[in-house]
Design a protein around this ligand. Structure first.
Ligand SMILES: [Zn+2]
Length: 157
């Protein structure tokens, strides 16, 4: 899993900050934290959490399609990504009171990543949280939406 912050000081990994206010030849190596000079290459590796093998396989196939692998491109069209985006949005919505995310975590038997509160798009959240939200949304889609219908029925009076 990629790191989005310095292991030593917590500063965001922002490679372009190395040259703020400096000449480019004084910027220093981009492998060093701009704030504390920690060598980011030495940070401990965090394993990718695989909460469910089928969902993880779907996640990898989706990423491969985004990376130009045409073998699955039709499966992951704009409609698929629109639904995936909407499910992520629902999970992050304050109106949902975190119920959907907690339900999926319970179904998978995993703890939820700490969630930053407030109205914040998925793209601005921490990498572990983003990964888990997308993973959970894919969990709803892995059986072509059957789990969503099941959940709606569960919540219906
Ligand atoms: Zn640092």
């Amino acid at each position: 899993m990629l790191h989005d912050s310095c292991h030593a000081c917590g500063a965001p990994v922002t490679f372009y900050r190395r040259d703020f206010g400096r000449a480019i030849d004084e910027a220093g190596a981009i492998c060093l934290c701009y704030q504390c000079q920690f060598d980011l290459r030495t940070a401990p590796q965090a394993p990718v959490a695989i909460y469910d093998e089928d969902v993880f396989r779907l996640y990898i196939e989706m990423l491969q399609a985004l990376d130009g692998d045409a073998s699955n491109a039709g499966r992951f069209d704009l409609k698929f990504h629109a639904v995936l985006h909407q499910l992520c949005k629902v999970m992050l919505s304050n109106q949902n009171h975190d119920q959907l995310r907690q339900y999926i975590a319970k179904m998978l038997g995993v703890a939820t990543e700490p969630q930053l509160h407030g109205k914040m798009p998925l793209e601005h959240r921490r990498i572990f949280e983003r990964y888990q939200i997308v993973f959970f949304a894919l969990w709803l889609l892995v059986d072509k939406g059957g789990r969503i219908v099941e959940e709606w029925r569960r919540l219906s009076p």
